[in-house]
Design a protein around this ligand. Structure first.
Ligand code: ZN
Length: 204
């Protein structure tokens, strides 16, 4: 079963949002186009309580992009984003959602961030995504969404650890820090991840 996982295509990550990803809106037509090529489409949604410890605003004297150690794990501090129930946490208005069978929310524990759609950054709490996919007999997953170098990247790493074959659709994903993305792509390729563009995919 061909499976597409759409990571965090949410308003706050779009240009003009508090944690905007360059070209974040440009990938949306590509994601919408390729959805019909897949048998199963699922999505993730960053979904933080308003006092989340990944927010710089939760730490006196800290500012966004400062780095701290949070409960033993390195943590970049972010602008407030994707607060549960807020308009910024909604899936982006232009993303076609009719074919999304399930949405896995993450980052709900205020004490730990969750870049990956599978596990939190401490690798303690599972979202259930791995079990959901395995229950459906899926062994291979394609990734797209935001941000390519953070939540998509960590989701791919966890998917490998969970035994899935992973593919990144590069033009359906965009990095927060484009300068460092070539290094990440090299690392993923060495781990056996296929990196393709949407033109490599074909309708069913
Ligand atoms: Zn977040």
């Amino acid at each position: 079963m061909k499976t597409l996982i759409i990571i965090d295509v949410q308003n706050d990550f779009m240009p003009g949002g508090p944690l905007e990803v360059p070209r974040g809106n440009m990938i949306v037509p590509v994601i919408n186009k390729v959805q019909s090529y897949f048998d199963l489409v699922v999505a993730t949604q960053d979904w933080h309580p308003k006092n989340h410890k990944s927010f710089a605003s939760s730490h006196f004297g800290k500012k966004p992009f400062d780095r701290i150690v949070l409960n033993g794990v390195n943590q970049t501090l972010w602008p407030d984003h994707c607060i549960q129930g807020s308009p910024g946490a909604e899936l982006y208005q232009d993303i076609e959602s009719n074919r999304i069978a399930a949405i896995f929310r993450k980052g709900m524990d205020p004490e730990v961030d969750s870049y990956s759609g599978f596990y939190d950054n401490n690798r303690q709490l599972s979202t259930g995504l791995s079990g959901y996919l395995k229950d459906k007999g899926i062994s291979e997953v394609h990734f797209c969404g935001l941000a390519a170098d953070i939540c998509v990247y960590y989701s791919i790493l966890d998917s490998i650890l969970e035994g899935f074959y992973a593919t990144l659709i590069e033009d359906a994903s965009s990095p927060l820090f484009p300068d460092k993305f070539d290094d990440i792509k090299c690392e993923l390729a060495k781990l056996g991840v296929h990196i393709i563009t949407s033109s490599d995919l074909h309708p069913k």
